[in-house]
Design a protein around this ligand. Structure first.
Ligand code: NOJ
Length: 565
């Protein structure tokens, strides 16, 4: 089972701009994070993944870095960072940085020099091409709408940006760029940080010659996407980064790698590959997309059978060969309880059920800020209240094509990244206790009911349920390392699986909907051998475990000993 600390850990993701504001400017910051470490320690968190905190003009909330070795002024100073790291280590917690190696900000000094003239020594740090037939060099579309190419009038050439035009892609064909990036990674490691989440790392290599794509869309599984994602040379570059830098530190690494299945993921995380520890897979994030090529905005109901198929595939293929990163939400996705649970009538039981699901799978569980108190999606009436560059570009593009406002806003309510970016709800005071000033984005008006102060106090809260799940992980190795097996693959309402390690077996029973289906215990399991580890409901008196009527969104985890005499 190859034990590792990062397999046994639980990770908590912080999106700093929305986490906690310490100085009343309406923007979360490092001192704000520091003030909440006790809250996270009490929850049982081992590792905190902090989204980018580097100097940035903030066109994409820090994913546009203008100095890799400085801190965004709105977030604080390098002294604040050093103290934060120290405070975390004092509490036995580790810090995972979020690092963007695919692109920088257009305000990075490298880009400023690069764009200044064709013969500038840093010209080749980025990807410049001449236009074709009076237009861009090829037809690839960017993640954030429009072409991936931006014409720069200064030299009359185009630069490539897979994301916004304020995020020019670095040229990984240039060995000098690679050296500079390695140096910078090492600089952070020497500070004593404990890991990296590598942003958009699947895209650092592009198809040579930049040919046109048959289908130009930049979304999952369509042609242009394949021309800049998961190409063979990405692995060589990651192996070099590993062997020359990462290998010398006891850290954890996770790559953001969309567009692949588990077999392909093994190229990144397979034991012996010398690349990454984990990747974030995206297959389940596209369950509610209308079709492979339609992108994320065209939403359809998701199906439990599909979810089972995807997750089971990842669980079985990676078992003993790699390691999973399990998540249902992050700063780019809708809130998990609104998307996969029921935030109207069963918010608390469904959030707990989803937590049970991710924490009982094989792999490292990731909790996104606010998920532990069941925070929900937001639906602002006006586009003016949205802040996310992807959302704003989508709105502009669709409006210019004449799509009705209501249709566009409907998609935005379901899928905008701002769903997960409204401020963390700490208490029922003004602005949910996030700031004493005016928040950079409005707080969800449900903060009076849904907030951390209430959750910590209430023994039956989602927060205290998470706490219990994490405690169980520390107690039972089978939760970390057990072999996954799906039961009832064709059941459209209940998701049941076992996890087995030596003589211990978990039986995980999850009712994913509000109906009340019956779970029949497989005949080989004797009810008397089952010990209930956790449930989001109190067991009914004198219930018949062989024929169990589940309540809405009910979750139960049983432990049993195999081969007992
Ligand atoms: C993925 C990040 O998670 C997202 O927030 C960001 O906009 C893009 N990469 C570009 O860096």
């Amino acid at each position: 089972m190859n034990p590792k600390w990062w397999k046994e850990s639980v990770v908590y993701q912080i999106y700093p701009i929305s986490f906690m504001d310490s100085n009343g400017d309406g923007i979360g910051d490092l001192r704000g994070i520091m003030s909440k470490l006790d809250y996270l320690q009490n929850l049982g968190i081992d590792v905190i993944w902090v989204c980018p905190i580097y100097k940035s003009p903030n066109h994409d909330n820090g994913y546009d870095i203008s100095d890799y070795c400085d801190i965004m002024k709105e977030f604080g100073t390098m002294d604040d960072f050093d103290r934060l790291l120290q405070e975390m280590h004092l509490r036995g917690m580790k810090l995972m940085m979020d690092l963007v190696l695919n692109h920088t900000s257009h305000e990075h000094p490298w880009f400023i020099e690069s764009r200044s003239s064709k013969d500038n020594p840093k010209r080749d740090y980025y990807i410049w091409r001449k236009g074709k037939n009076g237009g861009p060099p090829n037809n690839w579309e960017s993640y954030f709408s429009g072409s991936v190419w931006e014409l720069d009038p200064q030299t009359d050439e185009y630069y490539l940006h897979l994301y916004s035009k304020f995020q020019p892609d670095l040229n990984w064909d240039n060995p000098v760029v690679i050296d500079k990036l390695h140096e910078m990674v090492q600089w952070w490691l020497k500070k004593g940080i404990d890991g990296f989440r590598f942003d958009a790392v699947a895209h650092i290599v592009k198809t040579e010659g930049f040919p046109d794509a048959l289908n130009p869309g930049g979304t999952q599984t369509v042609r242009a996407y394949d021309m800049f994602s998961n190409l063979a040379n990405v692995h060589t570059l990651l192996q070099n980064l590993h062997d020359q830098v990462l290998y010398f530190y006891d850290i954890m690494t996770v790559g953001e790698t969309s567009g692949l299945g588990p077999e392909q993921a093994l190229d990144y995380v397979g034991d012996g590959r010398r690349e990454l520890n984990m990747t974030f897979q995206f297959e389940h994030m596209f369950l509610d997309a209308a079709s492979a090529g339609s992108g994320k905005w065209d939403v359809v109901p998701w199906s439990l059978l599909e979810l089972k198929k995807i997750i089971s595939n990842w669980q079985t293929v990676l078992h003993n060969r790699g390691w999973n990163a399990n998540y249902l939400c992050n700063h780019d996705q809708p809130r998990s309880v609104s998307r996969f649970g029921n935030d109207l009538f069963y918010r608390i039981p469904s959030a707990k059920m989803l937590a049970t699901f991710t924490h009982m799978l094989e792999g490292t569980p990731y909790i996104y800020q606010g998920e532990e108190i069941g925070m929900t999606n937001i639906a602002f009436d006006s586009i003016d209240d949205y802040r996310d560059v992807e959302t704003l570009n989508y709105y502009e593009e669709k409006r210019s094509k004449g799509l009705p406002e209501a249709e566009i806003m409907g998609a935005i309510h379901k899928k905008s990244r701002d769903n997960a970016r409204t401020p963390m709800q700490w208490d029922d005071g003004d602005e949910g206790g996030f700031t004493t000033g005016v928040p950079w984005i409005k707080v969800n008006s449900n903060y009076m009911e849904i907030n951390a102060a209430n959750a910590v106090k209430d023994p039956d809260s989602i927060y205290n349920y998470y706490k219990k799940l994490i405690e169980l992980r520390k107690k039972h190795k089978v939760i970390v390392y057990g072999d996954y097996k799906l039961l009832l693959p064709e059941d459209t309402e209940i998701y049941v699986y076992t996890r087995t390690l030596e003589d211990q077996q978990l039986l995980v029973i999850l009712n994913f909907f509000e109906r009340e289906p019956v779970f029949e215990l497989p005949p080989e399991i004797t009810p008397g051998t089952l010990e209930l580890l956790i449930s989001n409901y109190t067991p009914q008196k004198e219930e018949n475990l062989s024929y169990l009527k589940l309540r809405p969104y009910e979750a139960r985890v049983y432990l049993r000993r195999l081969y007992s005499v």
